[in-house]
Each structure stands twice: as structure tokens, then as C-alpha cells.
Ligand binder design. Structure first.
Ligand SMILES: *[C@@H]1O[C@H](CO)[C@@H](O)[C@H](O)[C@H]1NC(C)=O
Ligand SMILES: *[C@@H]1O[C@H](CO)[C@@H](O)[C@H](O)[C@H]1NC(C)=O
Ligand SMILES: *[C@@H]1O[C@H](CO)[C@@H](O)[C@H](O)[C@H]1NC(C)=O
Ligand SMILES: *[C@@H]1O[C@H](CO)[C@@H](O)[C@H](O)[C@H]1NC(C)=O
Length: 245
């Protein structure tokens, strides 16, 4: 379900579609080559998010099994070590608007974040995030629910525009479709095709990539964790349609 705004733009500018169904994978290709052929790459770098633990995105934590892209946060990280995490992104990093649908099953293991988001920098970012420790209830710092955020354009994270909405269905019990519709002036968020929130403040304007990740920073104010056992996000499909700069 694409917005009429986006559809109206299609005749005039080059829309691009990425479509991947992980049930089509067979071991004739490596996971990295399969993703690359579909328009995605695996990220491998360290992130210092200012949390009690840094994280390292590792290629080995991204796999494909039984029809799902598996994005693992390895359990049992000791203090002082980085949390082994997983991240992929579109090869295109000049996306300016689009509709991004990810169908996935969240991990039941507490202490991780699953992110589906546009990213250029920490002040140009629109996020859908599942916090496995805060599905239904939160604490002083985080509300329970599906986390929807536009990061503050001025870089002051305490001014991020956030909404947490109750999950319409258990995200760990089966596949659900998480959609971000990013356009000029608004970020709209959908769960299984139904709109759950719109944020019109701090909408990113910079050309961006779209990322999917699974990670923990061990911060009780956000991801909690790190997890004591492996936590795996399972993605069955991604359907992206977007404009580039
Ligand atoms: C395996 O996947 C490749 C690439 O998607 C495809 O060309 C090939 O036909 C598949 N092979 C089998 C045996 O399904
Ligand atoms: C995270 O990484 C930064 C930069 O390498 C380092 O200065 C900091 O000590 C690390 N923090 C933790 C908790 O490991
Ligand atoms: C960041 O925003 C908060 C909340 O609006 C404000 O209290 C704080 O002074 C800001 N920090 C800076 C460095 O501007
Ligand atoms: C969590 O938030 C509290 C209150 O806002 C703050 O005092 C504490 O330092 C935060 N913890 C971490 C690990 O950032």
C-alpha cells in the first residue's frame, strides 16, 4: 500500500524496487552474494553508542536458514567486550523517500533491539525498533511497545520525537510486517498494513540508506541486556520501493 503522494511521483522520477523473499535462497550462493544480488550488503564495523557495551557488527552473525534471514546477537558477552551483533543495509545510500516493508519474527530473548530504519547520521534517522525487554511494559526511561522515532535533527537526542505504541499482536509469536513510509514532511508507521503512528517532526531530509539490525548496548534505559543467550531476529521478506537523489 503505497501513498498516493509516492504513486503520483512515480511517472516523473525513477522509483526503485528491492524485493527479497528468503525462501528463495539455496546454498548455491553465499549469504553475502545473495544479499548483494538483491541490493543489500552486510555491515561489519564497531559502534560506540555511548552505552555500557559497544557492539560489533559481524558478518558471521548474518545468515539464511529455513527461509529466514537470521540476524543474531550472540549471548553471554562479558563486561568490557563488544556485543557481537548483526546489520545489513541497502547498497543505495542516496535514498530520499520511500516505503520500506520488512516481514519478521522478533526474538523472545530479552535484551536486544531489532531495528528497521533509514540512516544518514544520528540526526537524520527514522526508526522502527522492537526492544525485546520492553514489549509490553517499560521503565522510567522507556515506554513499552513498538518504538517509533525520528531522531532530533539538531543532534540533541533528548529532543528525539518518539512514540511507543502497543503491539497489535505478539511480535515474537509469528511473522508481522513492519512498514516505514518516509516522505517529505512525514514518517508514517504501519503494523501488518495498519497505520499505527505518524511523526511530522524531525523528518529526515538527507539522502540515506535503509538498515536492518539486531544489537544490544546493555543500557537499562534502552536495549537492556546484553542477552544471556543468542537472540535471533528472523526476516522472511523485504519489499522496498524508493526514490534516490
Ligand atoms: C538456486 O538459486 C539460484 C539463484 O537464486 C537459482 O538460479 C537456482 O536455480 C537455484 N537452484 C535450485 C536447485 O533451486
Ligand atoms: C567504546 O569504544 C570507544 C571507542 O573505541 C572506547 O573509547 C570506549 O571505551 C568503548 N566503550 C566500551 C564500554 O567498551
Ligand atoms: C538538549 O535538550 C534538552 C531537552 O530539551 C535540554 O534540556 C538540553 O539543554 C539540550 N542540550 C543541549 C546541549 O543543547
Ligand atoms: C539511565 O537513565 C538514568 C536516568 O535518566 C541515568 O541516571 C542513568 O545514567 C542512565 N543509565 C545509563 C547506563 O545510561
Amino acid at each position: 500500500m503505497f501513498s498516493t503522494v509516492l504513486l503520483a511521483l512515480l511517472p516523473f522520477v525513477g522509483a526503485k524496487t528491492l524485493s527479497v523473499d528468503f525462501s528463495e535462497y539455496n546454498s548455491s550462493m553465499t549469504v553475502a552474494d545473495f544479499l548483494f544480488a538483491k541490493g543489500f550488503k552486510i555491515n561489519t564495523y564497531d559502534v560506540d553508542g555511548g552505552d555500557p557495551y559497544n557492539r560489533t557488527y559481524e558478518a558471521d552473525n548474518v545468515g539464511i536458514a529455513d527461509g529466514y534471514l537470521t540476524m543474531k546477537v550472540t549471548g553471554g558477552t562479558k563486561p568490557g567486550s563488544n556485543v557481537p551483533s548483526a546489520c545489513i543495509q541497502t547498497i543505495d545510500s542516496n535514498i530520499v523517500s520511500g516505503t520500506f516493508k520488512t516481514t519478521a519474527i522478533a526474538s523472545e530473548v530479552e535484551g536486544v533491539c531489532h531495528g528497521f530504519f533509514t540512516f544518514e547520521s544520528n540526526s537524520q534517522e527514522s526508526d522502527i525498533e522492537i526492544l525485546t525487554s520492553f514489549l509490553y511494559s517499560g521503565n522510567d526511561a522507556v515506554d513499552g511497545g513498538l518504538q517509533l522515532t525520528n531522531q532530533a535533527n539538531n543532534g540533541n537526542s533528548s529532543q528525539n520525537t518518539r512514540k511507543a505504541v502497543p503491539y497489535p499482536a505478539d511480535p515474537t509469536a509469528g511473522e508481522h510486517e513492519y512498514t516505514l513510509e518516509w516522505s517529505s514532511g512525514s514518517s508514517k508507521f504501519f503494523f501488518d498494513g495498519s497505520e499505527v503512528a505518524t511523526i511530522n517532526e524531525n523528518v529526515p531530509t538527507a539522502p540515506s540508506a535503509f538498515l536492518v539490525n539486531a544489537w544490544s548496548g546493555g543500557n537499562p534505559n534502552f536495549t537492556a541486556g546484553p542477552p544471556t543467550e543468542d537472540a535471533i531476529l528472523r526476516v522472511s521478506k523485504m519489499e522496498f520501493m524508493y526514490e534516490t537523489a
